[in-house]
Design a protein around this ligand. Structure first.
Ligand code: ADP
Ligand code: MG
Length: 265
């Protein structure tokens, strides 16, 4: 392996994520209503909340797949999607946004793998497309990452030949290939058959214990209790309460949190 590839494999500095007073509307429908959130380097934050409460929108705002009407997001102090110009925020170019997005991993509910690429090339594609690595280097890195997620024997397979759990592990390896400072997970196990949930949670747990900054939307309460440094409960586009799992999950202070937990537990 080349020195460059080895460097690409080295641990990345975990990022700080700051969400400042974010408001988001779809038409007249207010979906995020003044969300403030800080995720410190290496912290695992689990976001819980009922369907339609704005969880996916919050992750999409952090990744600048959606633009908030008010507020902003910064990662390691760098504003995502905008820059300050005097008192105003000015939008960055599409190109600059893509560069920023390359530092944020995103794992979707439905895997979103490229169906026409092998597992190896699904993982190797982004570092090549963004000019970070040559194709041979990216493939070398992809092999290492596929070992890490337990899929060393599937490099030549196509996504359709894999189980949902295997596809989601490929998606996690693909997110890691860009050496992100933070990885966002949007209900990573909710499209899986129950017997496949554990293998995906095990990979996420491995990342959590290796010090990566993670923000995870999930309804897996047991998993949240095990790995979260902080649990954030969101309802109606607002953070209702947040704190360590021992508080939010075991001694929730708000009726809405209690009500939600009684339904999912
Ligand atoms: P959650 O992930 O918590 O289930 P979402 O963030 O997906 O919630 O959605 C929050 C609300 O915003 C829902 O009422 C949803 O219908 C609405 N919504 C989400 N995306 C869009 C969109 N692109 N256009 C209009 N409404 C949307
Ligand atoms: Mg959602």
């Amino acid at each position: 392996m080349t020195a460059d590839t080895l460097e690409a494999l080295a641990d990345v500095e975990a990022a700080t994520v700051e969400v400042h007073d974010v408001h988001k509307w779809y038409g007249t429908h207010r979906v995020l209503d003044g969300v403030d959130l800080t995720v410190r380097p290496g912290e695992v934050t689990v976001i819980l909340g009922p369907s339609g409460s704005g969880k996916s929108t919050l992750l999409r705002v952090i990744n600048h797949l959606e633009k908030p009407e008010i507020g902003y997001v910064s990662i390691n102090g760098e504003l995502i999607g905008v820059k300050r110009q005097g008192e105003r925020l000015k939008e960055l170019s599409e190109r600059a946004i893509l560069t920023q997005r390359g530092r944020i991993g995103f794992v979707f509910q439905n895997f979103n793998l490229f169906p026409h690429l092998t597992v190896l090339d699904n993982v190797a594609a982004a570092p090549v497309a963004t000019g970070k690595l040559t194709k041979p280097e990216a493939r070398e890195l992809a092999r290492e990452l596929l070992v890490r997620v337990g899929l060393a024997d599937k490099t030549a397979a196509y996504p359709r030949q894999l189980s949902g759990g295997q596809q989601q592990r490929v998606a996690i390896a693909r997110a890691l290939a860009l050496r992100p400072g933070v990885i966002l997970f949007d209900e990573p196990t909710s499209a899986l058959d129950p017997e496949l949930v554990g293998e995906v949670l095990a990979v996420i747990k491995d990342l959590a214990t290796s010090g990566t900054t993670l923000v995870i939307v999930t309804h897996e309460i047991g998993f949240a209790r095990e790995i979260a440094d902080r649990v954030v409960f969101i309802d109606g586009g607002k953070i209702v309460e947040q704190g360590p799992p021992s508080e939010v999950l075991d001694k929730p202070r708000h009726e809405r949190t209690r009500d939600f937990l009684s339904k999912v537990l």
